[in-house]
Design a protein around this ligand. Structure first.
Ligand code: SAM
Length: 278
């Protein structure tokens, strides 16, 4: 009979956040698949647990995934942990879960610490509807494409970000969402220097240009205001194109952006701009 895969969330800062059930599951596992065995070893030492560790991370997940799968198929119970938080959320655990599911293995996820949910709940922004956007790309082009795809997103948006990329990301967000969009920057959650800065994109940029960011961040960004039911008119479209061109955007880009913002087909915006000499 095959074994099982357990997903065990680990503290995102405060070691006291490990639950009794997580502890028990780690104790009962045949082996633990860990993103960074040194990080997990520290946690196991803290808990007084001795266990066989297997490394499973981004650059060995193809090969190691199959090794882990074979052991589970042979009857062993594996616990998957990431460096911190819930495995499979913005880490390679996602692939191991898929592999196990495809091979008919039972996967059991234990609830617990997760940076995205902790950040959202503390943000002060609407939590009723939200979307998790993970990490933005390090490439400026892909980062902007990702952000532009969210221009009409009305749900609260959540991103993961590293401190050295924070200011560039905020500048790009301001370019797409505008300077007044609210943002809650949740830093070092559950740790000694936990901090939540609830502000706007423009103020956040000013703040972190003066005070270089430190620690890990969850960025929670207010969604766009819901669109008025009324459909935008040709005059609205022409006026918006004219405004964007006056702000320095090329006419082609201004038409593209206006079409996105006003939810109109590009050819309609193009014709409106032409008729109104925008
Ligand atoms: N799977 C984990 C989860 O969802 O909880 C997250 C893994 S992801 C590789 C790591 C990112 O989570 C960090 O870059 C940061 O954006 C966020 N993060 C993790 N711990 C955090 C903390 N204590 N405070 C703020 N953000 C944190």
């Amino acid at each position: 009979m095959s074994g099982m895969l357990y997903l065990v969330p680990t503290p995102i800062g405060n070691l006291g956040d490990i639950s009794l059930r997580c502890r028990e599951t780690l104790e009962n596992a045949d082996f633990i698949a860990a993103e960074d065995t040194r990080v997990t070893m520290k946690l196991l030492n803290h808990l007084g647990i001795k266990k066989n560790l297997v490394s499973y991370y981004e650059h060995n997940k193809g090969f190691k995934g199959n090794v882990i799968l074979d052991r589970i198929l042979a009857g062993e119970t594996c616990v998957l942990v990431s460096d911190a938080g819930s495995p499979a959320i913005s880490d390679p655990g996602e692939d191991l879960v898929r592999l196990c599911a495809e091979n008919g293995i039972t996967v059991c996820a234990i609830p617990g610490p997760c940076a995205v949910i902790t950040g959202l709940s503390i943000s002060g922004l609407p939590t009723g509807r939200f979307c998790f956007e993970g990490f933005l790309s390090t490439s400026k082009k892909s980062r902007n494409e990702h952000l532009e795809s969210l221009i009409n997103e009305t749900r609260t948006m959540i991103f993961y970000e590293a401190p050295h990329k924070l200011v560039n990301t905020l500048v790009d967000m301001q370019g797409v969402f505008g300077p007044h969009r609210k943002i809650s920057l949740c830093r070092e959650l559950t740790k000694l220097h936990e901090e939540v800065v609830r502000t706007t994109l423009a103020e956040a940029i000013e703040h972190y240009q003066q005070t270089p960011p430190k620690g890990e961040f969850v960025l929670v960004v207010e969604g766009a205001a819901p669109k008025e039911k009324e459909t935008a008119t040709a005059e609205d479209a022409a006026a918006r194109v004219a405004q964007l061109v006056a702000d320095g955007m090329s006419r082609k880009d201004a038409i593209k952006q206006t079409a996105k913002e006003l939810n109109l087909p590009k050819n309609v915006v193009y014709d409106a701009a032409l008729e109104n000499n925008a």
